[in-house]
Design a protein around this ligand. Sequence first.
Ligand code: PLP
Length: 404
Amino acid sequence: MAKINDNYLKLPGSYLFSTVAKKSSEFAAANPDKEIIKMSIGDVTIPLAPAVIEAMHKAVDEMGTPEGFHGYGPEQGYDFLRSKIVEKDYRARGIDLEPDEIFVSDGAKSDCGNIGDIFSVDNTVAVCDPVYPVYVDTNAMAGRAGDFIDDKWSKLIYMPCLEENGFLPELPKEKADIIYLCFPNNPIGVAMTKEQLRPWIEYAKENGSVILYDSAYEAFITDPEVPHSIYEIDGAKEVAIEFRSFSKTAGFTGTRCAYTVVPHELKLGGTELNALWNRRQCTKFNGVPYIIQKAAEAVYSDEGHKQTREAIEYYLENARIIRESLTEAGFTAYGGVNAPYIWAKTPNGMKSWDFFDKLLEEANVVTTPGSGFGPSGEGYVRFTAFSTRENTLKAMEKIKNLNL
Ligand code: PLP
């Protein structure tokens, strides 16, 4: 008889954002007269940049001609995009990478989830708490997380990110083989400076660990002390894989394009992880559509860059409005300077889900409960800055008028 992967049976309830969506749609159905403002899932609202659309149209037309038609592309991505990424995202910042160290994909979510394929199930994994749930759930699915007992996975190392440590993780006391770091951070919206990141590289070198560095929000960095890539730190190429995405950088959440950097220098027991990831992708992935990669390439053109930067500035301004309005309304709010997320403390020690319900029912604003991101997220809710300006202002007005 066929057997299922019973690690799936250990997973608690449904995915966080499905629960949030279910609660808000039930509230909407019961209250059809109420306007509900979503500041929960981190999805963008500004349409794709004109330069991106133009490149896409052109690529669509090419696909209709015998000379311009593209069938299966390279699993790792077309060279025109890999070279552009190397030139604009890395060499321009003094980081020397080659195009064959870049793997173009359909999303940082898939890459963060799939990367586990190239690591033994015996590795000990460390995650921040709270954390982007994909790192935890995919390790649980692979059997690397143990059992889910009292809101925690028995085999994971949790690195609490709390108010008292500036919401930054501390180096694990135990030996962690794989460490997930996400900066600028989702969900807290804080970032690490180069100086704060350096000890992690040293730790990884000393312990033979690999850092999985999720830099999906790199485009939101405003502080010059915050590195845009982990490879800005000396030695990081020997210990880190970096994930980047066009989702938040250029509004590609529905268009789907991202990339993962696996430097040749990163080796375990003499084996290059680049070769393993290449093997994995060639076997299980058939590449991102030509039309989409052309659209992504256009993000790096002068016009594309200017237009996508405008969108990021708009979201950063929303973040400022949220942070300042919440503070004015008497809340304690963090993040939102180098990231599109604001992490707000619940009033009077309320539980995250209770405050989520109060915001939904009394202000008609949907947030994401901090506890959904891990036990140390209890007592917080996350706001995203990806709404429209109009909705952001409306939501803040309603929250200011809340009876606490
Ligand atoms: N990594 C982090 C930290 C995220 O917050 C998200 C999306 O919200 C992703 C990755 C997913 O990116 P993509 O749209 O490229 O799959």
